[in-house]
Ligand binder design. Structure first.
Ligand code: ZN
Length: 224
């Protein structure tokens, strides 16, 4: 692997997603990061950069053994978590992590998002679970996130934020935006009372509909 910025299209698409995440106000300051699976490893945003200012050449290639290229910027401190998800979930093509306001609010209160709305199924289950707290950038946090994903494509992270994956950067971001919207809706419900939660049977029906015909055909991620 050379540092001649390979994976041109993947870099451009991931960069576009990072800019959209910033425009959607999901990643205040220099928080938030995103990655995409590529041949031999992943591309991930660099540490300490505001998502809106990241350029395609700034993205860091990390191979499957965790090595970066000479001369590359330092990768996001959360790269262990991204790497662990790619290993545990072969269907993950891209990952978005952010400290979006309402998802983080619930995560700081130690709450999951229960089935207060049928769209919870968009993450792949009848709730959006909460990963136990661990220090950012650690293998313990990566393990906690893998556990909380629990057959789903998104989870909250205690005292931290949220993480979502999809088959492409666009789909991962779309899910993170939906998780944030669901978190905001749940926060609003809690200010007025306790929402009625959908039953297991009701959610199973929704999950079956989503898996049968609720999804659009997915665009294969093009590499290089
Ligand atoms: Zn974070």
């Amino acid at each position: 692997m050379t540092s001649a910025a390979p994976f041109t299209e993947a870099r451009e698409r991931l960069c576009e997603t990072l800019h959209e995440m910033a425009a959607a106000k999901l990643s205040p300051g220099s928080t938030g990061n995103a990655s995409v699976r590529v041949d031999g490893g992943m591309l991930i945003s660099p540490t300490g950069a505001a998502c809106a200012s990241i350029k395609p050449a700034d993205l860091v290639f990390i191979d499957q053994r965790g090595h970066t290229e000479t001369g590359a910027l330092r990768p996001s401190s959360e790269w262990h978590m991204h790497s662990a998800i790619y290993q545990a979930r072969p269907e993950a093509g891209a990952i978005v992590h952010c400290h979006s306001r309402y998802a983080t609010t619930l995560a700081c209160l130690g709450k999951t998002i229960p089935a207060y709305h049928y769209m919870i199924a968009v993450a792949g289950g009848d709730s959006i679970e909460l990963a136990d707290y661990a220090t950012f950038g650690t293998d313990q946090l990566a393990s906690a996130v893998i556990k909380a994903l629990n057959k789903r494509k998104a989870c909250l992270m205690a005292n931290h934020g949220q993480i979502a994956f999809g088959s492409s950067p666009e789909q991962a971001l779309a899910l993170a935006i939906q998780v944030e919207d669901l978190a905001a809706g749940y926060c609003q419900c809690l200010t007025l009372g306790e929402p009625r939660l959908l039953s297991t049977d009701e959610m199973n029906e929704v999950l079956a509909k989503f898996s049968n015909y609720g999804l659009q055909p997915q665009q294969p991620m093009q590499r290089r």
